[in-house]
Design a protein around this ligand. Sequence first.
Ligand code: SIN
Ligand code: FE
Length: 293
Amino acid sequence: MHEPIVEIPGTAWTGRQPDDQLTQTLERGGVLYFPNLAFTLQDAELPLLRPELRDAKSRNISQPARGVVKGAVGTPDELAALNGMMQRFRHQAVQMVNDMFPRYSAHLRLEPTSYRPTEVETRVQSWRADDKRLHVDSFPSRPNRGERILRVFSNINPHQQPRVWRVGEPFEAMAQQFLPDVAPYRPWLAGWLRRLRITKSLRSEYDHIMLQLHDQMKRDTTYQKEAEQSVVAFAAGSTWVCFSDQTLHAVHSGQFMMEQTFFMPPQHQYRPEQSPLGILTRLKGHQLKGARL
Ligand code: SIN
Ligand code: FE
């Protein structure tokens, strides 16, 4: 069985109690689901609920932790409203995470906020970029050497349409299946990728393995159909949180979502050995080159 989807009551982003149990649910790959925690749009933001706002050349609309929004096309007024909406979402996500997971709060690094206005079902993407296939998050151009990827998602669909995900088996079971097919890590190749600026820093052995697992899983149509998985519908007006480098996930349908990413070195977890870096280090039987642990 995969880790549970744990439902958490309440409508407020602020004033949540610290919760060690829930933090450890996250660390086992679980998903925390807040069915009534809505990110509410202001009237001036309602016109932003249209897919054409995303620049067709960009994967998503995103806003760096410091700076203005990228990947959007709109009037100056719309872009100003969009910046405000994304900042407000970031602020609320930060507050909720800091309150609930105080053990992490000093160690979390704020990464971009994204707004995803595109309808999932009709979007056409290459198999590698296609989040409709089960995967763990791993960024080809941004090596993270084993840092955790913690994400907060809110479904802001105005027509009560849920965002439907498939959630897969535990990370370790997937890794045991695919690790034998992972090509060996080649430091010289990582060096070339860096010099050619294909990666923003040196791709570590950890990043190499994670990307290969990501690709092998997505490419394997039998695995996609037959691996253990369950379907979860995140209601309009809800929020959910997981370590997306660990929880196997695929989006099935939906439109209009906010997302906030945090990075964190795994040594600040309760159980670093449960992180993808901890699991892969144990399964490989050696320290991974360039890892942060
Ligand atoms: C993801 O795969 O990280 C995003 C899933 C979604 O778009 O709901
Ligand atoms: Fe993903």
